[in-house]
Design a binder for this molecule. Structure first.
Ligand code: SF4
Length: 116
């Protein structure tokens, strides 16, 4: 990737990340539960996400159940389901590369498609 392209990607990511964060901060009501632990649940949510347009950002946040803090199913901090521990998280870009999402995120965000 050229320096110019990398720079524009980084700026685009930053702008979109800010927009997503604002939507969540402003109370966008996302479907945090039920979590997608079973294969059928994953397939259903992924299928719903596939029906969206690439720029249906709010709907992506809603269907995937985004939160600004790591979801935790219990009391054990080791169970945090944060982007930073998810197999789809690109550390250096702070980006979710799940094909149905492809969104800039932050390490402590979370969604119900989290997977290690
Ligand atoms: S799939 Fe993983 S990296 Fe992507 S938003 Fe959900 S928790 Fe974060």
């Amino acid at each position: 990737m050229s320096d110019e392209l990398a720079s524009s990607t980084s700026k685009d990511d930053k702008n979109l990340r800010h927009r997503l964060e604002a939507a969540l901060s402003n109370g966008l009501n996302t479907q945090v539960e039920p979590r997608a632990y079973e294969h059928d649940d994953i397939l259903r949510i992924v299928s719903e996400l596939q029906s969206l347009n690439k720029t249906d950002y709010d709907d992506k946040l809603i269907l995937a159940g985004f939160t600004l803090d790591a979801y935790n199913p219990g009391d054990d901090p080791d169970d945090n389901q944060a982007c930073e521990t998810c197999m789809y998280y690109l550390v250096h870009r702070q980006f979710c590369e799940l094909p149905e999402l492809m969104l800039p995120v932050k390490e402590n965000w979370s969604c119900r498609l989290w997977r290690i």
